[in-house]
Design a protein around this ligand. Structure first.
Ligand SMILES: Cc1cc2nc3c(=O)[nH]c(=O)nc-3n(C[C@H](O)[C@H](O)[C@H](O)COP(=O)(O)O)c2cc1C
Length: 171
C-alpha cells in the first residue's frame, strides 16, 4: 500500500527493491493510496476505489505499509486507509476481523532527518494495529533519504532485498 503523497518517491523505490527479494512465484500487487477516494467523501467513483482497496486488503496474506515518515508517523493517506479498517470491521458481512487474523503486516519507510528512532511512533502504531487484529508483525525496513531523493545508506538496497526473508516476529 503506497502511502506517499507523491508517486515514484524514494519510499516506493525502496519497497520495490524489497519486492525483488520475494520468493519466486510470490504474487504481489501495488496500490496507490494517494488520490484514492473512500466512500463517505461524496466523490463520484469513491465506492469503486474503496471496494478495490478492500478486496486487495482481504485477498493478500501480507500487507505492506509503504509510507514516508510524516511528522514521526504514517502519511495522512495511509492513516485514512487504516481508519477504513475500522469502518470495514463494522460491516458484519465482511467478517473483516476474522479474515485479517493471521495475515502479516510489514512497514517500509524513509525519513529525511535524524535516525530510525524518529520512526518509533510509526512502527509502534503499526505493531499495535497488527496485535489488535491478531496479525503477525513482519518488521520495518527504515532508511534515511537525502534531499536529492537517494538513500543515505549505500547498503540500503542490499538490506531491502533480504527484508521479506526475515522471520516475522510474534504479534
Ligand atoms: C508532511 C511531511 C512531513 C515530514 N515529516 C518528517 C519527519 O517527521 N521526520 C523526518 O525525518 N522526515 C520527515 N519528512 C521527510 C520525508 O519523510 C522524506 O523526505 C521521505 O524520504 C519522503 O519519501 P517519498 O520520496 O517516498 O515521498 C516529512 C515530509 C513531509 C512532506
Amino acid at each position: 500500500m503506497l502511502g506517499s503523497a507523491r508517486e515514484g518517491g524514494v519510499t516506493e523505490s525502496l519497497a520495490r527493491r524489497a519486492a525483488e527479494g520475494l520468493p519466486a512465484g510470490a504474487e504481489c500487487s501495488w496500490h496507490q493510496l494517494s488520490g484514492l477516494r473512500f466512500s463517505g467523501e461524496s466523490a463520484s467513483g469513491a465506492e469503486g476505489d474503496e471496494e478495490a482497496c478492500l478486496k486487495a486488503t482481504l485477498e493478500h496474506s501480507d500487507i505492506v505499509i509503504v509510507s514516508p515518515l510524516y511528522w514521526y508517523s504514517v502519511s495522512a493517506q495511509t492513516k485514512l486507509y487504516l481508519d477504513h479498517w475500522a469502518t470495514w470491521m463494522m460491516r458484519p458481512d465482511l467478517r473483516f476481523r476474522d479474515r485479517m487474523r493471521g495475515k502479516t503486516l510489514w512497514a517500509v519507510s524513509t525519513f529525511a532527518r535524524g535516525g530510525a528512532q524518529d520512526a518509533e511512533p510509526l512502527v509502534g502504531m503499526l505493531q499495535r494495529t497488527a496485535r489488535y487484529l491478531d496479525m503477525t508483525w513482519g518488521g520495518a525496513l527504515l532508511h534515511r533519504a537525502r534531499s536529492n531523493g537517494h538513500l543515505a545508506d549505500p547498503d540500503a538496497r542490499l538490506h531491502a532485498e533480504s527484508f521479506f526473508a526475515a522471520a516475522p516476529e510474534s504479534p
